[in-house]
Design a protein around this ligand. Structure first.
Ligand code: ADE
Length: 235
């Protein structure tokens, strides 16, 4: 069974590719897909690209053209809930698009014609990913819960507070996960996602984010992916 490893950042993809001894590049939809093996498992590694539409295209191509049977996402996110700090890890149990609003025709956040606002990740794969994250990063706090996605880099304290009060159970904010969760729902493909918190989505977010990407994010995601794929569990 082929597993997709989707990374948000070039640095993260490079760290994953360094674990793949035999990958070769294939082009599709203007993207570079790296097909090969990691810990003996069939893997396709790719950059998600940034934003919901780009990530949805990447996920669709992975499923339809590369025949992947599961998608695992690694990336960074801004922390929203008070206890979610820079350097913590969040494993998503469900995703919601915080910038989706077709009201008054549909309730705020509801995805039109689906009748839901949240898409759950795959319970078994998510449990394995959370366990892998904890094994790979023993001193790090691993949270589980709601992650929200939108086509905005949230970089003001005002916007962060507004998101927290509108969606009090949201742990973190990023720009792709809910789109991939919806595509995986449509195709019946298991999806799991892990995000390291790079900033607090506040007025300092921009500087914190850039520093964090260089220093921590790529090491974190490669270590988590390695721990996940090295595990004896059936994926
Ligand atoms: N990814 C990492 N930090 C983020 C933020 N503050 N807003 C949106 N996406 C992010």
């Amino acid at each position: 069974m082929t597993i997709a490893i989707v990374s948000a950042m070039r640095e993260e993809l490079a760290a994953v590719l360094a674990l793949m001894p035999d990958e070769h590049k294939q082009l599709a939809a203007g993207r570079e897909f790296f097909v090969g093996h990691l810990h003996g498992r069939d893997v396709v590694a790719v950059l998600s690209r940034i934003g919901k539409v780009a990530a949805a295209t990447t996920a669709s191509v992975l499923i339809q053209q590369f025949g992947v049977k599961a998608i695992v996402f690694t990336g960074v996110a801004g922390g929203l809930a008070p206890g979610v700090h820079v350097g913590d890890v969040v494993v998503a149990d469900e995703f919601l698009q915080h910038d989706l609003d077709a009201s008054p025709i549909f309730p705020r956040y509801e995805v039109p014609l689906y009748g839901v606002s949240r898409f759950a990740t795959d319970a078994a794969l998510t449990a394995q990913l959370a366990a892998a994250a904890q094994r790979a990063l023993p001193g790090v706090k691993v949270h589980r819960g709601l992650v929200v996605s939108g086509d905005r880099f949230v970089s003001t304290t005002g916007e962060s507070r507004a998101l927290q009060s509108a969606l009090p159970d949201a742990l973190a904010v990023e720009m792709e996960g809910a789109a991939i969760a919806q595509v995986c729902h449509d195709f019946g493909i298991p999806f799991a996602a892990v995000r390291t918190i790079s900033d607090r989505a506040d007025d300092a977010a921009h500087g914190d984010f850039l520093k964090f990407i260089e220093e921590v994010a790529s090491r974190h995601s490669a270590a988590i992916v390695q721990a996940l794929l090295a595990a004896p569990d059936d994926l």
